[in-house]
Design a protein around this ligand. Structure first.
Ligand code: MF3
Ligand code: CO
Ligand code: CO
Length: 273
């Protein structure tokens, strides 16, 4: 039996257009953003020397499922874990496993939840034990760059304004912005339009409108910006083996600025040393 496709159905596929969401979308994103932040808050005391990245992954998966949400990365394009754990010179998409965290490591934990169909995507840096001054500086600059990018968000600004603000902070500190990965629109789709670049020129790119939802997730290297993906098909590392850091928020454009959906209820978004 052949059924005529419903051409008017609001099918959730990525197009070049940037979605503008309504109040119901904001409600959904608040719940998803809060849960991903709570999961990262929960894991914070466990990120210590001796723990394996697999144990962190297990705890976050169980926490997420216990709270009635789905881990968005699990099964996504064949990815087999809940979170990404990116240690030291790993830029992003490190795969959790038997690897043991040791004193002095820096690690990013990146998690995405689906709550009632809405996605919350956030990542933070964690210092394992005591980390050296250069690593601390890298983390500070990465967070400062994200904050600078978020600070320009309001209707009428452009995506280029966000990238410019991030790049300025990073390069003023003689560090580099990774070009090969970017933020993304988000909502009922995990990776939607637009690509959110972490470098750019003021006034370029699409104009921000109230109701747009996206991530900002700069990756910053102490050395050159170039990356390569390892043979596992996921793990991205700096080509020059320099340290790399990242942090990510899911945000919405409001009538007069920005709403951080993934703000930490416990105030743990930025690590303290
Ligand atoms: N959470 C990542 C992001 O910020 C995506 C990870 S994709 C995965 O977009 F498949 F590796 F999980
Ligand atoms: Co993301
Ligand atoms: Co993420």
């Amino acid at each position: 039996m052949y059924e005529t496709p419903d051409l008017d159905a609001d099918v959730l596929v990525r197009t070049h257009e940037i979605r503008v969401h309504d109040a119901e979308g904001f409600e959904g994103m608040r719940r998803a953003g809060r849960l991903v932040a709570e999961a990262l808050d929960m894991i914070t005391p466990f990120v210590v020397p001796g723990v394996t990245t697999g144990e962190l992954d297990d705890r976050i998966r169980e926490f997420t499922l216990d709270h009635g949400a789905l881990p968005a990365c699990l099964g996504y394009k064949g990815y087999e874990k809940t979170v990404c754990t990116s240690i030291n010179h790993v830029v992003c998409h490190g795969i959790p496993g038997d690897k043991v965290l040791k004193d002095g490591d820096i690690v990013n934990v990146d998690h995405t939840v689906i709550v009632d169909g809405w996605h919350g995507d956030s990542s933070r840096m964690f210092a394992v034990g005591s980390v050296n001054a250069r690593a601390r500086k890298l983390i500070e600059v990465t967070y400062d760059s994200l904050e600078a990018g978020l600070a320009v968000i309001r209707p009428g600004a452009t995506f280029g304004d966000i990238g410019y603000a991030i790049q300025q902070v990073v390069e003023a500190n003689r560090m580099s912005v990774v070009r090969d990965f970017c933020g993304h629109g988000i909502g009922q789709l995990f990776h939607d339009s637009p690509n959110v670049l972490h470098y750019g020129r003021r006034g370029e790119g699409a104009v921000l409108k109230a109701g747009m939802f996206f991530t900002v997730e700069p990756m910053v290297n102490l050395g050159k910006p170039h990356v390569k993906v390892l043979s596992d098909g996921w793990t991205a590392v700096t080509r020059d083996k320099s340290l790399s850091a990242q942090c990510e928020h899911t945000v919405g454009v409001t009538e007069d600025g920005v709403e951080l959906f993934s703000a930490s209820p416990a105030g743990l978004f930025r690590p303290t040393f």
